[in-house]
Write a protein that binds this ligand. Structure first.
Ligand code: XMP
Length: 510
């Protein structure tokens, strides 16, 4: 039996992933494609339905996103949201005009019974797309709903199973939004909802078993982060002892991190892990280096060198496991994605090594990766760990990296994270850590003048690290962290909190 698939066609805007995730939460597998995807490509994927989503676009602008009208003739149910309503109205011959006065928040009155709004109130809160007004729906369509300003806020041709709704996809975060999606997927399209994490694990394990030959060698570079940990555990479930993990301890990790990684994978999960203690080599290479980019380069090159050296000891490697997740794939593949993330490649693979890639998580969103991790028995600490950069503490120590500074930073970091966890805030924060700026200032302790380091605290909220907002801590938590750091960490007499968002700042200080 082939898995049910809904293709989400992306016409731009920030919320495409949200729609795709919501569909998966309803146990239907979804994939995102840019609106430029050809009809052929879409047909090849054999979807059961299409969903159009876009925001902030206007059909009257030059170069407005357009599709091949053949898409409407595939016999597939379509739910068009936001920009999708303009597009469908225009493509199929409705009358539409420019209008800048669309309401920000509107109440839509449901005018016509339909499967789409089944089980919903007769008045729905909506945040309509601005800038246009469908005056008359295309032939064959009925008007399902209108707002005070918009005569056609929702329309449908139930015969052809074409539905359109003028709302931002965020509406899907509300209860009626979920119901609308459910109605579309199950009532209108007739799907059964056959996707779930356990099924994903079973399928992936089977695929890996089929792909990897009996005598082939598989290697995974373990960093201790969520993605590589879950990828490794999943591949291990498939091929057991034929997977070897290489864990390069570059000495720039957090307190006890290397020990925890080893415990988790070798003792708890009984996996084969080669730990490379390369701290001295890395520190030696970083001696006297203060420029942030230079540090990154040195660490990146050194990482590859050490990894290659260890991999060579294993012999011929056929496969390399990578913890690529779906958002990485979308970011590089969707032409409509406005924000371009510069890919951080430290810890990446050596370019000239010859092997095939296994990327078992490349169709999963982060929350799904965590669910897989939990199902595979990874400890909560690993599953929920905040992201940590490949170059580690080196880019949180401004100026030269020394053993003394690493020690200070590790102690401070441990205290900050402990207090955040104690306050029950760890999962509310995308990333929290301490930074050691290259400054000292005057203080007083036990009646004596001190001249010591400052520790900066950084904590941000966000979805993906591309943008971030500084976290509003309850002041007593900040007070506790500050007090503990200045009393428990030697050579520190001052603590400051970084209250800048990204942009214009970045999350890391270097
Ligand atoms: P920035 O500092 O660019 O960070 O706002 C965004 C996210 O990326 C992480 N980061 C890195 N990750 N190698 C990595 O693997 C790197 O060189 C690197 N630099 C930043 C950062 O921790 C944050 O989550």
């Amino acid at each position: 039996m082939t898995q049910e698939l809904v293709i989400v066609l992306d016409f731009g805007g920030q919320h495409t992933e949200l729609v795709a995730r919501k569909i998966r939460e309803l146990h239907v597998y979804s994939e995102i494609l840019p609106y430029t995807a050809s009809v052929e490509k879409i047909k090849q994927r054999k979807p059961k339905a299409l969903l159009f989503t876009g925001e902030g676009k206007n059909i009257f602008q030059a170069g407005a996103p357009a599709i091949d009208p053949e898409l409407y003739n595939l016999g597939l149910p379509v739910l068009a949201l936001g920009y999708g309503l303009q597009l469908m109205a225009k493509d199929l011959g409705g009358s539409i005009r420019q209008d800048e006065n669309t309401e920000k928040n509107a109440k839509m009155t449901v005018l016509q019974e339909s499967d789409l709004f089944d089980g919903l109130e007769k008045v729905l809160e909506l945040r309509p797309e601005k800038g246009f007004m469908v005056e008359k729906p295309p032939a064959g369509f009925t008007v399902l709903g209108a707002t005070a300003n918009m005569p056609v806020a929702a329309m449908a041709d139930p015969e052809r199973k074409l539905y359109a709704l003028s709302c931002h996809p965020q509406v899907l975060e509300t209860e009626p939004g979920t119901k609308i999606l459910q109605n579309f997927l199950f009532k209108i399209t007739g799907l059964t909802g056959d996707w779930n994490i356990n099924g994903f694990i079973a399928n992936t394990v089977q695929r890996i078993r089929r792909a990897v030959g009996e005598n082939e060698q598989v290697v995974c570079g373990l960093s201790g982060g969520v993605d590589s940990s879950v990828a490794a555990a999943l591949v291990h479930k498939a091929i057991g002892g034929r997977l070897t993990c290489i864990f390069v301890d570059h000495g720039l990790l957090r307190q006890n991190e290397a020990r925890q990684v080893m415990e988790t994978f070798t003792e708890h999960l009984q996996m084969k892990v080669i730990k490379v203690d390369a701290a001295a080599e890395f520190l030696q290479k970083l001696k006297g280096v203060t420029d942030p980019e230079q540090k990154r380069k040195i660490i990146g090159n050194e990482f590859i060198r050490v990894f290659e050296r260890e991999a060579a000891k294993i012999g011929k490697i056929d496969y390399l496991v990578q913890g690529t997740v779906y958002p990485d794939v979308i970011e590089s593949g969707t032409e409509t994605t406005a924000v371009i993330k510069s890919h951080h490649n430290v810890g990446g693979l050596p370019e000239d090594m010859k092997f095939k890639l296994i990327e078992p998580l490349n169709t999963l969103f982060k929350d799904e990766v965590r669910q897989v991790g939990a199902a595979l028995g990874l400890p909560e600490d690993v599953i929920w760990r905040h992201p940590f950069p490949g170059p580690g503490l080196a880019i949180r120590i401004l100026g030269e990296v020394t053993e003394e500074k690493l020690e200070i930073l590790r102690l401070a970091d441990t205290i900050m994270i402990e207090e955040i966890k104690k306050a029950g805030l760890y999962r509310k924060i995308w990333q929290a850590f301490t930074v050691l700026p290259d400054i000292r200032s005057v203080g007083v302790m036990a009646g004596k003048r001190t001249y010591a380091y400052t520790i900066a605290l950084r904590a941000v909220t966000g979805q993906d690290g591309m943008t971030a907002d500084w976290y509003r801590f309850p002041s007593e938590v900040l007070e506790k962290i500050s007090h503990r750091i200045v009393t428990e960490v030697p050579h520190v007499n001052r603590v400051v909190y970084d209250i800048t968002s990204k942009p214009p700042a970045t999350i890391e200080w270097e």
